[in-house]
Design a protein around this ligand. Structure first.
Ligand SMILES: CC(C)(COP(=O)(O)OP(=O)(O)OC[C@H]1O[C@@H](n2cnc3c(N)ncnc32)[C@H](O)[C@@H]1OP(=O)(O)O)[C@@H](O)C(=O)NCCC(=O)NCCS
Length: 176
């Protein structure tokens, strides 16, 4: 039987201070720096789940609704939502805090996908992820739909094979 691990076992929290070198000329955190931190925190979550070397396979849409200022404290929280065969979807939530004013906002969230690989870079199976809380179950349930969407967009799955997305692509049951 395939090994199982709780979603909570993959939980990672990472805290960073926005320094001058991380910002653009408006003193806002650069998007690329944020993506770098998101990649690291989510890779650690995927490693904790799989106990393997992992590689980033895909990054879902990331939008930057609020600017994060020089001197803010950025907190990134990540955990695996669901594991498939060798791939794992990781949910990342980012908060920005201005400690002097006591203001803390959720700045953005995203899903990254990692694949566990062996020393030669070949994909290998990972344990199943078991959700426990209401939120973990909600994210677990949505993961199959998101996986199919990203595989269709990457040209790795035909829309006709994406059963969870039939309504989006407006396909009938027997349509190829
Ligand atoms: C990701 C990678 C290991 C997949 O290798 P592959 O030979 O295509 O392997 P497979 O076709 O067997 O797929 C393995 C898994 O990757 C998943 N995968 C591949 N491409 C994907 C994509 N674009 N989005 C999401 N998942 C993807 C597959 O769905 C499969 O998942 P599953 O085992 O859970 O079903 C390989 O493409 C790779 O090493 N890419 C480079 C990774 C890297 O360097 N990342 C850093 C970028 S700078």
């Amino acid at each position: 039987m395939r090994k199982q691990k709780k979603v909570s076992e993959s939980y990672v929290i990472m805290t960073e201070l926005v320094l001058p070198n991380d910002t653009n000329t408006l003193h806002n955190l650069m998007g690329g720096k944020m993506m770098h931190w998101m990649d690291i925190v989510s890779a650690i979550a995927a490693q904790k789940h799989s106990n393997r070397i992992v590689v980033t396979a895909s990054v879902d849409n990331v939008s930057f609704a609020e600017s994060i200022k020089l001197g803010n404290v950025v907190t990134l929280e990540a955990k695996v939502t669901r594991a498939f065969s060798s791939s794992m979807e990781v949910h990342i939530v980012v908060y920005a805090e201005d400690i002097p004013s006591g203001k803390k906002v959720m700045s953005n969230q995203a899903f990254f996908t990692f694949v566990a690989v062996d020393q030669s870079g070949k994909a290998i199976d990972v344990p199943e992820a078991v959700p426990e809380t209401e939120e973990e179950i909600r994210l677990y349930d949505g993961a199959l739909r998101r996986r199919q969407l990203r595989l269709v967009l990457a040209g790795r799955m035909k829309p006709s094979e994406a059963n969870e997305l039939r309504s989006i692509f407006d396909l009938k049951e027997d349509q190829e």
